[in-house]
Design a binder for this molecule. Structure first.
Ligand SMILES: [Zn+2]
Length: 479
């Protein structure tokens, strides 16, 4: 392994692809769309969105150089990739997803606590093996890319080797990846249990090795309050403090108030805490870099506390519907000043594609009288998510100097999508239909740090061959 070097936040991360295959000056031509700021919830996003049909996205040394209109093409020194007739967006960001749970996605018939016992824990136990972790990490990250997501905050398993494998694979791909070893020292099977001292040693080793290296960052990862003792949560809070000055600080990811049985259980386990959220707050786990999944059953005091800390909610509608957990009131969280970022939450969620997350999110909000516009939805999985992760300087839009993490999408895949696109009368109507109907089969190409990625076959089962088939050819098309 290459010896990693420390990387302070004010230094741009190294975007050089491992293969060095990217052309130093690359121009993508297509229907370029990105957000200049939060578009709000109106159908009128004037001033918040930039759309350049048949425009030019100029990429130099892995970073966005400029976006230009169709009538201002670059000179011949720029290699051209012709994606006219395609939608060119910043890569999606997934702020809450479990790498090992690809193995149990779409498992029948259980609510959260039962689902963990029956499916998740047995699947995660396999990642104690370094080779399983390596294969799993590559399978997961390639699948993520094939679904149009180029950056993510990811749960590994309790095993140090599973985080290590994700970091290694993410670094090879040049991805913006944040992950960490799960902390779990009680209420779980023995083969998934750590203890406070060993867990701390493992975390420190992983942090020292990976946090701030290239585009990687470490997330302190207590699974949820039920599976960590108070001592372990205190250790986790101590790590956040100890490394607060290192590369902008560590991230913290966990679950909160997902399901009512779970909320009752936490109240029994922590009788002195005012609420489920208060357990985390009391152990120093709420920071600007804390991402808490679900938050369905929080109250106003909890929301205010999250807002004060600058912590965010990962809204996981696919998972919440699938496990029957409940409906997140996004408007209420936003009114309280809490950042909300849509997340796949695979394997509770049933698709890695953030378009499917948004389509489910629209329905969850519709049941509560709220309407997710295509503007707010697409902002939330790009620039909005980057903002919640303190990464707006690097990803989520196409301002000059940002990393060229780009996904090229087909506007339509199949006759139904095509007919709907043909009938649309406005850009919002077109985008909303696309957000609702499209999925990973619409992905035409993926660029990470300006380097075109073609997910490769990773294991003997050939699992990824199918996904790779959805991506465009590896060769540059004539401009
Ligand atoms: Zn989760």
């Amino acid at each position: 392994m290459t010896t990693p070097t420390a990387c302070p936040t004010d230094r741009p991360p190294n975007l050089a692809p491992a293969s060095g295959a990217a052309h130093p000056r690359l121009a993508l031509c297509g229907d370029i769309l990105y957000f200049l700021r939060d578009p709000g919830w109106s159908e009128d996003a004037t001033g918040a969105v930039r759309f350049e049909p048949d425009g030019w996205l100029l990429i130099e040394h892995g970073r966005v150089h400029a976006v230009r209109p169709a009538d201002d093409p670059p000179d011949a020194s720029w290699a051209r990739h012709d994606w006219r007739g395609h939608l060119v967006l910043p890569g999606f960001i997934d702020p809450h997803v479990h790498a090992p749970q690809l193995d149990v996605i779409a498992s029948f018939g259980a609510a959260l606590l039962d689902w963990l016992e029956r499916y998740t824990f047995p699947a995660e136990a396999r990642y104690a093996d370094a080779e399983q972790s390596r294969l799993g990490a590559e399978r997961f990250l390639h699948a993520l890319l094939a679904h149009g997501t180029t950056a993510a905050l990811v749960f590994a398993t309790v095993h140090k080797t599973s985080s290590d494998a994700l970091f290694k694979a993410g670094r090879r791909l040049g991805m913006r990846l944040i992950t960490g070893k799960v902390l779990m020292d009680r209420n779980c099977p023995a083969d998934l249990r750590d203890d406070v001292a060993q867990a701390e040693r493992d975390c420190v080793e992983l942090i020292e090795r990976w946090h701030g290296v290239d585009r990687l960052a470490y997330a302190v990862t207590p699974r949820f309050a039920a599976t960590s003792s108070a001592e372990q949560l205190a250790m986790a809070g101590g790590l956040l403090q100890r490394y607060a000055q290192r590369a902008g600080g560590l991230y913290m990811q966990t679950h909160v108030a997902e399901n009512r049985d779970e909320v009752r259980w936490i109240a029994e386990l922590f009788p002195d805490s005012r609420s489920y959220l208060d357990v985390y707050a009391g152990h120093g786990l709420l920071t600007r870099r804390s991402m808490l999944a679900h938050g369905i059953w929080l109250d106003d005091t909890d929301r205010d506390r999250m807002a004060q800390a600058g912590s965010s909610i990962a809204f996981s509608p696919s998972s919440n519907l699938f496990l029957g957990s409940g409906l997140l009131d996004w408007a209420r969280a936003e009114r309280a000043g809490v950042g909300v970022a849509p997340a796949s939450d695979v394997g509770g969620g049933t698709s890695l594609c953030q378009l499917r997350t948004l389509a489910d999110g629209y329905k969850v909000l519709a049941l509560q009288g709220q309407r997710l516009t295509a503007w707010q939805g697409l902002y939330a999985v790009t620039r909005g998510a980057a903002r919640t992760l303190e990464l707006e300087h690097e990803i989520g839009h196409f301002a000059p100097g940002t990393a060229a993490d780009v996904v090229v999408w087909r506007w339509a895949e199949g006759a139904v999508q095509q007919r709907r696109q043909d009938m649309a009368r406005s850009l919002h109507e077109r985008l909303f239909a696309w957000m609702t109907l499209a999925d990973e089969r619409n992905v035409a190409a993926v660029y990470v740090g300006g380097c075109k990625i073609v997910p490769a076959v990773q294991d003997s089962a050939g699992w990824n061959r199918e996904a790779a088939g959805h991506l465009g050819p590896a060769v540059a098309r004539p401009g």
